[in-house]
Design a protein around this ligand. Structure first.
Ligand code: ZN
Length: 418
C-alpha cells in the first residue's frame, strides 16, 4: 500500500475517485456502477441529448437514464461525447535524442518510452482508439495497453505496410503472401502505399492487378485495407475494393463519387500533418524522406488538401472519417485536425465530430463496440469545456477521459475557467 500512500500525497489534477480507478484499472475495470450526469451529450451519431445520465458497469455503458443516481461524476456544463477515433496515426514515431525525426524503426529503450508517452498524450487528448499504420513496433505497445499495463488508446495496427515499388513489389501471388504474413504477425488491418509521397509527385506505385491482389487477399483473411493514395491511385484502390483511402489529394469529383457509390471510406487531412511538419521543419529536414524540395512542395499541397476536403464534404453519401497521420510532434495534438477541417475545409462541426465517432467506428468495423454513447457499448467517454458545435476550438479543452469504464483524466471543476 506504500505506492497508494505516495500517490495520494501528490497533488494530482485527478480526484481521488479517478485515481482509485486508475489503480484498479490495471486490471479490467471494476464492476462498480458509475453514474455520470450530463447537460449536453453528443451521442456520436449526430444527435444531441440534454439533461441525462449515463450509467456504466465494468467497461460498458448499461443505460442512458435521466433518473439514475447517485451521481459519481457531474459533467454538467460540459460537452460529453464518445471518445474520439483517429483512423491514421504513427504512434511510435518520435524525435530522437539528437532532437531529429527518428522515424518508425528505432528500438532503443528511449524510443520505447517515447512511444508510451505518445500513447499517453493521445489518450489525454480525448482519443480512446487509434489505428496505427505501418510499424511492427506498434504490436508490443498495443498489447501492453490492451492488458492494462500502460495507459493509452486502444490501438489497431497494420504491422508492416505493403509499399508499392512498381513491378519490384512482387507478383500478385507474392503480394497475397505478404498480406497473410502481416496477419500472422498480428495485424488488425493492412496498410498499402499505392502512390509515391505527394511531396514527390504522388504517382501510382502499384498496378491495378497488384492492388486487386492486396485488397482481395486481405478481404479473404478478414482484414480491412487502408490505402495511401493520390490522384489516379484513388480510383484504382476504389476499383480494387479496398476499404479506405488515405490522403486522396487531387482526386477528382468523379473519383469521389465512385467512392461514395462503392462505400469506400475517405480519410483526408485538412491541415495538422503538414502544419506539424512546417512547425518542426528543422527536426525533419535531412532525415529520410524529408528534403528541402519536399518542404517547398508542402506549402503548395496544403491548399490542395483544403480543396479536397471542401469538395469531398459536398459529395452525397461519401463516408469521410477522421485521421490525422500524426507523426513525431503531433501526438496529443490530433484534435487540431478538427479545427482545420471546420475552419479551412468548410466541414460542419457536427459532421466533424461524427467522423471521429460513429463513422470512424464503422470504418473499423467496430460500431457495435465504440463510437457512440449507447447502452451496450464500451464506456469510452470524454468531455470538453465548451461547445464544439459553436466553437470548434473546444476540442482543445478535453477535461475528462474515460476509456473502457476507467477514468484517466478528470480536471477538477474549479480549474475550469469560462
Ligand atoms: Zn501515415
Amino acid at each position: 500500500m506504500r505506492i497508494a500512500k505516495i500517490l495520494l500525497s501528490i497533488p494530482l489534477v485527478l480526484n481521488i475517485c479517478a485515481l482509485a480507478q486508475r489503480i484498479s484499472g490495471q486490471t479490467p475495470a471494476s464492476s462498480k456502477r458509475i453514474v455520470m450526469a450530463a447537460s449536453t451529450v453528443l451521442d456520436g451519431k449526430g444527435r444531441v441529448l440534454h439533461n441525462t445520465r449515463i450509467v456504466i458497469e465494468g467497461s460498458k455503458i448499461v443505460a442512458i437514464d435521466s433518473k439514475a443516481g447517485p451521481v459519481d461524476y457531474d459533467l454538467r456544463g460540459l460537452s460529453v461525447l464518445p471518445g474520439w477515433i483517429d483512423a491514421h496515426v504513427h504512434v511510435t514515431w518520435s524525435f530522437g535524442k539528437d532532437g531529429k525525426n527518428a522515424g518508425p524503426g528505432v528500438t532503443t529503450q528511449e524510443a520505447a518510452y517515447e512511444s508510451a508517452s505518445n500513447a499517453w498524450a493521445t489518450l489525454m487528448a480525448g482519443f480512446t482508439t487509434v489505428q496505427s499504420v505501418g510499424s511492427p513496433l506498434d504490436v508490443p505497445l498495443r498489447d501492453a495497453i490492451g492488458k492494462g499495463l500502460l495507459p493509452g488508446p486502444r490501438i489497431l495496427t497494420a504491422v508492416a505496410p505493403l509499399t508499392g515499388r512498381g513491378p519490384q513489389t512482387g507478383t500478385p501471388d507474392e503480394i497475397r503472401a505478404f498480406v497473410r504474413k502481416q496477419k500472422e504477425a498480428g495485424a488488425d488491418l493492412i496498410k498499402i502505399f499505392a502512390a509515391q509521397s505527394i511531396r514527390q509527385g504522388g504517382a501510382m506505385t502499384l498496378s491495378q492487378d497488384q492492388l486487386n491482389a492486396a485488397c482481395d487477399e486481405a478481404k479473404k483473411q478478414g482484414l480491412r485495407t487502408i490505402v495511401h493514395a493520390y490522384k489516379d491511385a484513388v480510383r484504382a484502390a476504389t476499383l480494387a475494393g479496398c476499404t479506405q483511402i488515405e490522403h486522396g489529394t487531387m482526386a477528382t469529383d468523379d473519383d469521389l463519387k465512385l467512392m461514395a457509390a462503392k462505400g469506400t471510406y475517405l480519410d483526408p487531412q485538412a491541415g495538422l500533418v503538414i502544419e506539424n511538419y512546417l512547425l518542426n521543419k528543422e527536426k525533419y529536414l535531412g532525415t529520410p524522406g524529408y528534403t528541402a524540395e519536399g518542404f517547398a512542395a508542402m506549402a503548395k499541397i496544403l491548399p490542395l488538401n483544403h480543396d479536397l476536403v471542401q469538395r469531398a464534404s459536398k459529395i452525397p453519401g461519401l463516408k469521410i472519417v477522421f485521421g490525422t497521420d500524426a507523426v513525431a510532434g503531433a501526438h496529443g495534438r490530433n484534435a487540431e485536425e478538427f479545427i482545420d477541417r471546420v475552419r479551412d475545409g468548410g466541414v460542419d462541426p457536427m459532421a466533424a465530430m461524427v467522423s471521429a465517432n460513429l463513422l470512424g467506428a464503422e470504418a473499423l468495423a467496430m460500431a457495435n463496440q465504440i463510437g457512440s454513447i449507447a447502452s451496450g457499448l464500451q464506456a469510452d467517454i470524454i468531455a470538453l469545456d465548451g461547445d464544439p458545435l459553436k466553437d470548434i476550438t473546444a476540442v482543445r479543452r478535453v477535461v475528462f477521459v474515460m476509456k473502457g469504464g476507467v477514468v484517466y483524466k478528470n480536471v477538477p471543476r474549479a480549474d475550469l475557467h469560462h
